[in-house]
Ligand binder design. Structure first.
Ligand SMILES: C[S@@+](CC[C@H](N)C(=O)[O-])C[C@H]1O[C@@H](n2cnc3c(N)ncnc32)[C@H](O)[C@@H]1O
Length: 266
């Protein structure tokens, strides 16, 4: 990244400085990459997008143009002022807010989409808070930097000869969907159908981010996937594999069209 640009009043707090060796410089995401970030995160009316380190407000303003309520947090007061002016010119002042605030002092229970263009160690420091506080199904979209061993659900790479910094002339965009917490033991009940008599078994799920592995008390689970609250797996017992797809309900059960799983309390 570029060296830190000169700016007045940009003072990160002690909280953000702990264990971080570098400050995040002000570098803009090119507008074509901004549009791809919003597209990948499927930003639309009804979403609440936060950009952490919002620069001149471009991601916030573009998200507001898609109908999302959008908030920028930025430590540089000059950039906050510039963002407000730009939002006014774009006619989206009503849908946007900009706060001079350290991104490490936020509570992430409100946004449905979080946008990042920071540095790798900032992403890693934010990761536990994002996973703990964002609602399952919320999206995190990052320009350039990943989240270590939390692998993205989707990525997009642009080749760009015009990229002003770095030796690799490409822009990477990463998307993560915050996974619901489904680890533990479950009692699965498959409803009786015209074709068979229904059945039940237990399954023990181990979870690392969105990656799941499972052991069934009977038969085998050969494939399992999680995206937000949506879960799918294939259970094999005897000849015919059974494909089960459903969602984690607010009641705490997993439920699909013809099956349900309830947590087994230890
Ligand atoms: C690489 S720029 C990204 C700007 C904008 N999000 C974009 O993509 O065009 C990172 C921004 O984060 C801001 N920043 C750095 N540390 C911060 C912190 N602790 N809290 C809030 N903003 C911060 C910087 O001032 C800078 O404007």
């Amino acid at each position: 990244m570029l060296p830190l640009s000169s700016r007045s009043g940009a003072q990160p707090t002690q909280a953000s400085q702990a264990a971080l060796t570098e400050e995040v410089p002000y570098v803009q995401t090119p507008m074509h990459v901004v549009h791809r970030m919003l597209q990948l995160a499927d930003v639309k009316r009804g979403d609440v997008l936060w950009d952490l380190g919002s620069g001149d407000g471009r991601i916030v303003i573009a998200a507001a143009k898609s109908g999302a309520r959008s908030v920028g947090y930025e430590i540089d007061p000059n950039l906050i002022a510039e963002s407000r002016t730009k939002a006014k010119i774009a006619g989206v002042s009503e849908l946007t807010q900009f706060f001079e605030k350290d991104l490490f002092e936020l509570d992430f229970s409100r946004p449905s989409v979080v946008a990042l263009y920071l540095l790798p160690e900032f992403n890693l420091k934010l990761r536990p808070k994002l996973l703990a506080e964002l609602k399952p199904g919320s999206r995190v979209v990052s320009h350039e930097w990943d989240m270590g061993d939390w692998s993205p659900d989707e990525t997009f790479t642009y080749w760009s000869a015009a990229k002003p910094h770095g030796t690799q002339k490409e822009h990477r965009v990463y998307l993560w969907v915050v996974p619901a917490k489904v680890s533990g033991r479950w009692r699965v009940e498959i409803a009786r159908s015209e074709a068979d008599s229904g059945t039940s078994f237990e399954v023990a799920i181990e979870q690392r981010f969105q990656r799941l592995t499972a052991q069934a008390s009977r038969g085998t689970v050969r494939w399992m996937q999680l995206r937000g609250r949506g879960i799918g797996f294939e259970w094999h017992d005897g000849s015919k594999p059974v494909r089960l797809e459903g969602r984690l309900q607010t009641s705490g059960t997993l439920q699909g069209r013809n099956w349900k799983a309830s947590p087994i309390r230890e």
